[in-house]
Design a protein around this ligand. Structure first.
Ligand SMILES: [Zn+2]
Length: 183
């Protein structure tokens, strides 16, 4: 985003889930920070109470398909219908493609209807090969003005986030970053 502003954009992909989302929301509230949740439609269907809490607490919502589809494996029409199905639940104007990739035809279609949000800082919080300290260090090492930082609202990442998320928020605040959501 804007490299002249001391601001970052926190994003959480793949939720909402009862094992993970409440901790993330509690932590964001403790630090008074807003974030954007790129949600999977089937999770919203199962845990609509968590979707409601995300919206009520002032966070931004984004569409991340209904079944976390990879564009590579599916026809464009299948993918588009999956995005539409997700948005009947999510009601977002933002979209992030699972795995960060879309076919050109899908991109053309999605880009007419949504603002597509990628990222520049991957915390790798989902990786079983790295520690919570590594996740924190990825934030510290790669964040710069206007960064879009990606965490995961998922079972793979939550053990690391228990430590890394509050520490990352504390560090980002100490560095003077503001927290923004997308227009
Ligand atoms: Zn994802």
């Amino acid at each position: 985003m804007n490299s002249h502003e001391k601001a970052v954009y926190l994003t959480f992909d793949d939720g909402p889930l009862p094992e993970t989302t409440p901790f993330i929301l509690d932590t964001l509230r403790e630090f008074g920070v807003r974030a954007t949740f790129f949600m999977v439609g089937e999770n919203v269907l199962r845990h609509h109470d968590l979707y409601n809490r995300i919206v009520e607490e002032g966070h931004q919502v984004g569409n991340h398909t209904f079944n976390h589809l990879g564009s590579f494996k599916h026809m464009s029409i299948t993918y588009a219908l999956n995005v539409i199905k997700a948005n009947e639940l999510i009601h977002a104007h933002l979209f992030r493609p699972p795995h960060g990739w879309m076919r050109p035809t899908v991109y053309w279609w999605v880009n007419r209807k949504y603002r597509i949000i990628m990222w520049d800082v991957v915390t790798r919080d989902y990786s079983k090969w790295i520690t919570a300290e590594d996740v924190l260090n990825n934030v510290k090492r790669y964040t710069r003005n206007g960064s879009i930082i990606t965490f995961h609202d998922s079972l793979k990442s939550i053990d690391k986030l228990h430590y890394a998320l509050p520490e990352a928020l504390r560090w980002l605040k100490e560095q003077g970053y503001e927290f923004r959501v997308f227009k």
